[in-house]
Design a protein around this ligand. Sequence first.
Ligand code: NAP
Length: 260
Amino acid sequence: MILGGTLEARLLAARLAARPDTAVTLSLAGRTRRPVRQPVPVISGGFGGAAGLEKHLRRTGTRLMIDATHPYAARMSANAAAAAAASGIGFFQLVRPAWQPVAGDRWQTAADGAAAAAALGAAPRRVFLTLGRQELAPFLAAPQHRYLIRSVDPVEPPLAVPEARYLLGRGPFDEAAERALLEGEGIEAIVAKNSGGTASYGKIAAARALAIPVILIDRPALPDAARAASLEEAEAMAAHALASPPAAALSAPAAAKRGV
Ligand code: NAP
């Protein structure tokens, strides 16, 4: 079972489903109203915490669970690690490496949304928020800014600040289009997550070209577990785990030693 909600999860599901002896299920939180089509059977709506997930793993006889959720889906990742440990099944995370600053980037980091809102400063600015609609509340404390807010589904109710406009969009977003958007809207600051990967890097590259400051919210800490940083690595780790007898479930220290 792959815990998804990301492009990588979808791609990994397709790769593993191509294996002749492997039945793959993809699990989604069920937040997005019209999720994109997935290449394998999907379950949606969550499990009811770590205990519910553990029950699900036992009931379905799942051999291997891969946490391929977004790097900011901290609760699901914690639940997954706990349920995997409790049930003794194979488990690893697929985590996109974070973006690293390069010359010309004007980045600042913030511990959370509240810190990012404060970092925008007292003077009104035109701000592009790309945080996901459930993480906008901290910006109520900074109503002096003019916000452009992009999300997959509509922000309902709208953010109660005097000036906010909304843009619906689902990545990937390329640099040229992001640059046109930032220029057209006269954006003076961006607040984003350090999602890693290519799908949402366009705004980061465009901000660099336009010398626009970017406030990146820190990634939450991940539970300790074996970790893949790419699809290829994840596919190899899955193949290895599924080739072993169920009792020899992939444990974090063993996987770390093997370096796969
Ligand atoms: P979260 O705060 O870590 O999780 C909250 C709860 O949602 C979990 O306890 C779980 O409910 C359920 N859940 C989350 N991911 C799930 C999954 N893949 N399958 C089944 N249940 C799941 O998660 P979040 O940050 O709201 O993210 C929700 C989903 O959106 C994830 O699938 C994530 O990959 C995707 N996503 C998140 C972000 C982001 O910035 N956070 C960005 C892009 C995509 P139960 O406890 O009931 O099991």
